[in-house]
Design a protein around this ligand. Structure first.
Ligand code: TIU
Length: 227
């Protein structure tokens, strides 16, 4: 049975039969020193603080037997899926594919490309390597989710205004209802995180809904009590 989660801009009607959690790019590349996030000039330390909240969110979905999707921003070792326009952007010390402190930057299979051990996928969960910022571009994920009857997505991960927001917008255009868990996402720029959330919920939820994890937990707990 659907139940309501207190959210902005208004309560989110969550249907456990049709929902999945999507955890965006909680990989070492963005969260530990020496990865892609750091070579772009960012202070990666501020992203680590959401790890316990993301872990609790994953646990909530697992406890209810609900699907969990993990994405990684990852390129093939031959970089055939990395357009020069992406690889050559800016003036980083190391570029995508170069050898860094955690192996080749943003390349599938390298140590830096692994999801943090605290948040590691378990058997049966969907793991998507995506060459772009959005999770649907060149991944086949829409077909996978559609085959399972998924029409609602709860979002977490990094970074709020880049891969999370892009994925939410892609999901929006494909007909999914999207709920962002505010304290389970983070940006290198606090003002961009705040602005991204405001953009998502503005105009009657033009991209989707937003709520803290506690309100999602409350929604699940009340649904359990009332059957
Ligand atoms: N740079 C930045 O904020 N993000 C990315 O490059 N990728 C993701 O957000 N995953």
């Amino acid at each position: 049975m659907p139940f309501f989660v207190p959210a902005r801009p208004y309560d989110f009607a969550l249907d456990p039969r049709h929902i999945a959690l999507v955890v965006i790019d909680m990989q070492r590349d963005f969260i530990e020193p020496g990865g892609f996030g750091a070579v772009l000039g960012n202070d990666v330390a501020r992203l680590t603080k959401i790890v316990p909240t993301v872990a609790a969110l994953i646990s909530l979905f697992r406890a209810h037997g609900l699907p969990v999707v993990h994405t990684r921003e990852a390129h093939r070792p031959d970089l055939s899926d990395c357009p020069p326009a992406k690889r050559l952007r800016g003036k980083p010390g190391l570029r995508i594919g170069d050898l860094g402190a955690m192996g080749r930057i943003l390349v599938a299979g390298e140590p830096g490309n692994q999801i943090l051990p605290e948040l590691a996928p378990v058997d049966g969960e969907i793991v998507v390597d995506k060459p772009g910022k959005g999770m649907f571009w060149a991944t086949g994920l829409h077909e996978t989710l559609s085959a399972r009857g998924i029409t609602q997505l709860v979002f977490a991960g990094v970074t709020t205004e880049v891969c999370v927001q892009t994925s939410m917008r892609e999901a929006n255009d494909r007909g999914y209802e999207c709920l962002l868990i505010e304290d389970a996402t983070e940006s290198y720029f606090p003002e961009f995180k705040a602005a991204a959330i405001e953009m998502i919920v503005a105009q009657g939820g033009i991209v989707g809904w937003a709520a803290p994890l506690a309100d999602l937990e409350k929604g699940f707990a009340e649904a359990m009590v009332h059957g």
